[in-house]
Design a protein around this ligand. Sequence first.
Ligand code: ZN
Length: 67
Amino acid sequence: MAKERYQIKSECPECGCGLINNMTPDEFREKYGDTKDKVPVNCSDCGKEHDGCVTEHNTAAQKTTES
Ligand SMILES: [Zn+2]
C-alpha cells in the first residue's frame, strides 16, 4: 500500500536554521487545505513566519523488497 507523506522543507531567512516537517496527507490538508506548493511555516527557533517548500514522498516506492 502506498503511503504518501508530505515533507515541508524551509530555511529561515532570519536565523538560517533549516526546518523539515513531515506530515501525512490528512494532517497536511487539515492545516493547509489544498495548498500544495508553498506553505507558511513558523521557525522553531526564532518564531518568524516564512515560506516552506512542499515535496511529496511516497514511502512505498523507496522500500526495498526482501525475501
Ligand atoms: Zn529562524
